[in-house]
Every structure is written in structure tokens, then in C-alpha cells.
Design a protein around this ligand. Structure first.
Ligand code: ADP
Ligand code: ZN
Length: 284
């Protein structure tokens, strides 16, 4: 039995999957306190058998480098009750014979999109989510990038759009990319939540400015052939096209797209990217 768990800030998904990483059966429920949330997932799995392998796609920051002391633990977070919780420890004591493979939610989504989604067959892609926060997962040469901790694309500093004096909403940095372009920043800046803003609202040019500058840094450093941009905010009509146009302008002739259609594309797996990624981790 192959199992996957996607642990999100607001909801958790647990699933059993096929040898190809497809969901056979899944259960979605709200993320509450750590023991309670993991308890629900563990009970659901136990009712179905003993998993041989469990892939876990988790919100961060989290220790994902296997030889480090913080491996498997949720690190400093503003999410009440979760800091220091050992996800891997909890699952290993419930399923002592299972292999447990942990990665970030965005790395798992990148793996899924590269395996069976919008980047199918590609070895070098980035997956970015623009939702309550901003995060990025990177597949480079077919391998997920971990680094010493893991990349934190959302906390990149980006140049200010001329005339923009919005202070930003990141509790740590104020005006990092997440502070200037996440869903909560849109609501704070314009006084209207992102999903209620019309397609011709100036908010979308501001979004395209900041996201294009963040993505330019990504192209300059890791050189993906596709940048898959998902998350709630990217459901806004026409946003991917606006980001591509801005990116082409600020790249000024550098980074010609290596594939047709520009670098920035929407995800193909939508809501399933994280859980499919968790199953692919279990199979990796
Ligand atoms: P989370 O990061 O918690 O998983 P989501 O990825 O679902 O959250 O993103 C939530 C954000 O997406 C909210 O700020 C919401 O206003 C915004 N959003 C949801 N639907 C749309 C839409 N159709 N167009 C633009 N923004 C949207
Ligand atoms: Zn920040």
C-alpha cells in the first residue's frame, strides 16, 4: 500500500495511490493541532491497511534534509502549536515498518507537475504558488532542490514598483515578495479580496510587476524551462499572460523562452498537485 499525506495550513489530504502515483482514494479534512491532525490521517490509513511507503508534502518551514538534527520537524512558524512538532517522528511511531519520504508542499507539487502535469517530461521546472503565502518548489536536473534548509521563494526581496508605497504584510520582512503579492497583501492593499477584483483592476498589473521580478531572479539562478504558477490568486483571468509580458520586458532580451508559449504557465493538476506529489514521493 502506497500512501500520501499533504499537510496544508488550512486543510490536510490523506490518500492511498497506485503504482503510477494516481489517487485511488482520498480524504480531505481541516488542519487543526498537530497530534489531532496526524491522528485523523493515521486512523484513516490504518482502516485501509499498512502502508509500505508514505510520502509527506508539508507546509514549511520544515527540516527536509535527512542528516540534519531538525529533520522531519516543523520549524519556526506563526501557526499555533506546530513549531517543533516532529511529523516524521509521529508517523514513524504509528507505522514503524513504513518508509517515510518528506518534502515541502511546493516541491511535491513541482514533482507532480513534472511527472504527470504541465511540465510532463521536463527535468528543470519551478512550481510557484500564490495563495495565503507565496512558495516555490524547484526540480533541477530531475532532482528536487533542498539546499541547506529549503528554498523560500516567497521571501525574496524584489524591486519596488515605481510609486508603490504599500508597506507589505510579511510579519518577518514587510515588503518581501510574499509581503507585496500574496493573497492577504492584495486584500490589505486594495481593501478587496483577490477573488472579488475584476480582471481590469490595476491590482493585476501590480501583481504582474512583482511576480515577474521574482520569476526573473529564479530564471537567473536556476534556469527552469517552465515556471508553473498556481495557487488561489492565479485563478485570476489573464494573470499568467500579464506575468509573461512583464517578464519578457524586464528580461530585455535575456532568457529567451526555451519552450513555446513563454515561461509562465498554469498548473495542469490544480487541487491534486500536492497529494499526487506526496504519492510520487512515496514511490521515489
Ligand atoms: P492557501 O495558500 O491557504 O492554500 P489558496 O491557494 O486557496 O490558499 O489561495 C487563497 C487566496 O486566493 C485568497 O487570497 C483568495 O482571495 C484568492 N483567490 C481565490 N480564488 C481566486 C480567483 N478566482 N481569482 C483571484 N484570486 C482568488
Ligand atoms: Zn517575508
Amino acid at each position: 500500500m502506497i500512501a500520501g499525506i499533504e499537510l496544508g495550513g488550512t486543510k490536510t489530504v490523506v490518500a492511498i495511490g497506485s503504482a503510477e502515483g494516481r489517487v485511488i482514494e482520498e480524504f480531505r479534512f481541516p488542519t487543526t493541532l498537530p497530534e489531532e491532525t496526524l491522528g485523523v490521517a493515521i486512523d484513516w490509513l490504518r482502516e485501509r491497511g499498512q502502508p509500505a511507503s508514505i510520502g509527506v508534502a508539508a507546509f514549511g518551514p520544515i527540516g527536509i534534509v535527512s542528516n540534519r538534527e531538525n529533520y522531519g520537524k516543523i520549524l519556526e512558524t506563526t501557526k499555533a502549536g506546530w513549531a517543533g512538532f516532529s511529523l516524521v517522528g509521529c508517523l514513524a511511531s504509528a507505522f514503524p515498518n513504513a518508509r517515510i519520504v518528506l518534502d515541502t508542499d511546493v516541491n511535491a507539487a513541482a514533482l507532480a507537475e513534472a511527472g504527470i502535469g504541465a511540465g510532463a517530461g521536463l527535468q528543470d521546472i519551478a512550481y510557484i504558488t500564490i495563495g495565503t503565502g507565496i512558495g516555490g518548489g524547484i526540480l533541477s536536473g530531475g532532482r528536487l532542490v533542498h539546499g541547506a534548509l529549503h528554498p523560500e521563494f516567497g521571501h525574496l526581496k524584489v524591486p519596488r514598483m515605481p510609486g508603490d508605497e504599500f508597506p507589505g504584510v510579511c510579519p518577518f520582512h514587510g515588503d518581501c515578495l510574499e509581503g507585496l503579492a500574496s493573497g492577504p497583501s492584495i486584500a490589505a492593499r486594495w481593501g478587496t479580496p483577490a477573488h472579488e477584483l475584476p480582471a481590469d483592476h490595476p491590482a493585476w498589473d501590480t501583481q504582474a510587476w512583482y511576480l515577474a521580478h521574482g520569476i526573473l531572479a529564479l530564471l537567473a539562478i536556476v534556469s527552469p524551462s517552465r515556471v508553473i504558477v498556481g495557487g488561489g490568486v492565479c485563478q485570476a483571468e489573464g494573470l499568467h499572460g500579464k506575468i509573461n509580458a512583464k517578464l519578457t520586458g524586464i528580461a530585455a532580451g535575456y532568457f529567451p523562452p526555451v519552450l513555446g508559449g513563454g515561461y509562465v504557465v498554469p498548473p495542469a493538476l490544480g487541487q491534486q498537485a500536492g497529494i499526487c506529489g506526496a504519492l510520487l514521493l512515496a514511490l521515489s
